[in-house]
Design a protein around this ligand. Structure first.
Ligand code: NAD
Ligand code: UGA
Length: 464
């Protein structure tokens, strides 16, 4: 085992959007612990060890700079990491399965199973293994079964500790979480392991915010939290369409509804659709679980959240086609934003991919601008005809010569551009489709744009 003078040795397997920031915040708040993050990807680890971190997250650079090389380490040596640690977080990816039974619905568990087998293979002392990734209910049981498949004298206690951070605000979410959830088996050894993990978080999280529960409630709570958040977005997005038909204003409706303290005001922004690596996959995972237990009514209800989200993206594209005289052929359309939300470079499941592909399918020419996501956008659209898509950092350069702007991501910078200058550089009639309702629509209309917000009456100079 190790020789350095640290109270605990913590390992995290999986150096992604969750593993990296989460371990950095533990290291920052617990200088008495050594925290190591390992990954199979040499490139990712090399970037964690450089000044060019593999993910963009506000505040992350500072936390990494404060701890890296002191009590925070990034490595590809997984066996060494396992041997040297008594506490192991598993933070590998759990994407939707795209093959075999449950394809398109169930979680693909090959990554964590490989990890569990590696933990078993390289352990020469007992470990607490923590599910940090989002897993289907009962994964802990499967893990436990793998750990007990070989008797090597080591005890493995499995805990669930789902992560609730949102990208773009990850550091704040980790520093000041609404709650930390720790689920354990209801056994003496389970409860002892749970107390160890609770004590780690108690270094900076008030104990009243650290919730303990049985392990199945814990696993399920994570999936349900994401379903509830996404459900709010699909609800307001469904209402946005009705607002457009009735001359109601979805922002006024959301304000009125959200002021009811039982409902609350957050997550009621109508949008072109939610994206991100988790909402869709976690809801589909819940749907799959419900169907597995023959809860078909419940599965249909949850599936509706995803269905409305797909519809909202399609509806956005269809509206653009209708408004722009039913043809987009050879028209140039500039996408403002490509990441799935502001303040991240992450483009996983971003609505921008669907919109870009939908517009290219109509023979439009797409220009994409984004302050942080162009590198990922190029990868996401690498199969597209290069004559139909271009990537331009400067929004003024990107938009020049375009027929329309589609606001896809709510980056603050798009609120503050010079829209007169932009209008002057565009083909007329010039259109704005604000898929995030972030622009000053009246002002844009007065400049001369035909403005199509979401869930509000359009402001158009075109004759009916
Ligand atoms: P990610 O893809 O960014 O990172 C996962 C990492 O695990 C990758 O770097 C991959 O190389 C590595 N990995 C895979 N198999 C491995 C193995 N056998 N050994 C070592 N490394 C391995 O994923 P993420 O966004 O960090 O998500 C991880 C989990 O956390 C998922 O279950 C996700 O649902 C959940 N989650 C994500 C977020 C988020 O905001 N991204 C928030 C909460 C929970
Ligand atoms: C979400 C949850 O908020 C986190 O609590 C959770 O840990 C995480 O998923 C996860 O499990 O991965 P994240 O996807 O990073 O976090 O970002 P959100 O802020 O939830 O936004 C998700 C999507 O919904 C984005 O595309 C965003 O633009 C969209 N959204 C959000 C809306 O369209 N309207 C809103 O009112 C809020």
């Amino acid at each position: 085992m190790y020789t350095e003078q640290f109270d605990k040795h913590i390992l995290c397997i999986g150096a992604g959007y969750v593993g990296g920031p989460t371990m950095a915040v533990i290291a920052k708040n617990c200088p008495q612990y050594k925290v190591t993050v390992v990954d199979v990807s040499e490139e990712r680890i090399a970037r964690w060890n450089s000044d060019n971190l593999p993910i963009y997250e506000p505040g992350l650079d500072e936390v990494i700079a404060a701890c890296r090389g002191k009590n925070l380490f990034f490595s590809t040596d997984i066996p060494r990491g396992i041997k040297d640690s008594e506490i192991i977080f598993v933070s590998v990816n759990t994407p939707t399965k795209n093959f075999g039974i449950g394809a398109g619905m169930a979680a693909d568990l090959q990554y964590w199973e490989k990890t569990a087998r590696q933990i078993l293979e390289y352990s020469d002392s007992s470990k607490i293994v923590i599910e940090k990734s989002t897993f289907p209910v009962k994964t802990a049981l499967a893990m436990k079964r793998i750990f007990s498949s070989v008797k090597n004298g080591c005890q493995f206690e499995v805990l669930s500790n789902p992560e609730f951070l949102a990208e773009g605000t990850a550091i704040k979410d980790l520093e000041e979480p609404d709650r930390v959830l720790v689920g354990s088996m209801e056994t003496d050894s389970g409860r002892r392991a749970r107390d160890v993990l609770v004590d780690i978080f108690a270094n900076w999280v008030p104990r009243g915010r650290i919730l303990t529960s049985n392990i199945w409630s814990c696993e399920l709570s994570k999936l349900v939290s994401n379903a509830f958040l996404a459900q709010r977005i699909s609800s307001i997005n469904a209402i946005s369409h009705l607002c457009e038909k009735t001359d109601a204003d979805v922002e006024e409706v959301a304000l009125a509804v959200g002021m009811d303290s039982r409902i609350g005001s957050r997550f009621l922004n109508a949008s072109v659709g939610f994206g991100g690596s988790c909402f869709k996959k976690d809801i589909l995972n819940l749907v799959y679980l419900c169907r597995f237990y023959h809860l078909n009514e419940e599965a249909d209800y949850l599936e509706g959240i995803v269905r409305i989200n797909e519809y909202q993206k399609e509806r956005f594209i269809r509206n653009m086609i209708n408004v722009m005289f039913n043809t987009l052929s050879n028209k140039r359309i500039c996408l403002f934003g490509f990441s799935f939300k502001a303040n991240t470079g992450d483009t996983r499941e971003t609505p921008a991919i669907t919109i870009a592909r939908g517009l290219m399918g109509e023979n439009a020419e797409i220009v994409i601008t984004d302050p942080k996501a162009l590198q990922n956008a190029r990868i996401d659209l690498q199969d597209a005809d290069p004559r139909k898509v271009s990537f331009v950092e400067d929004p003024y350069d990107a938009v020049a010569g375009s027929h329309a702007i589609a606001v896809v991501t709510e980056w603050d910078l798009y609120r503050h551009l010079d829209y007169q200058k932009i209008y002057d550089s565009m083909v007329k009639p010039a259109f704005i489709f604000d898929g995030r309702n972030i622009l000053d629509h009246r002002r844009c209309f007065e400049i001369g744009f035909n403005v199509y917000p979401l869930g509000k009456t359009a402001l158009s100079h075109l004759e009916n």
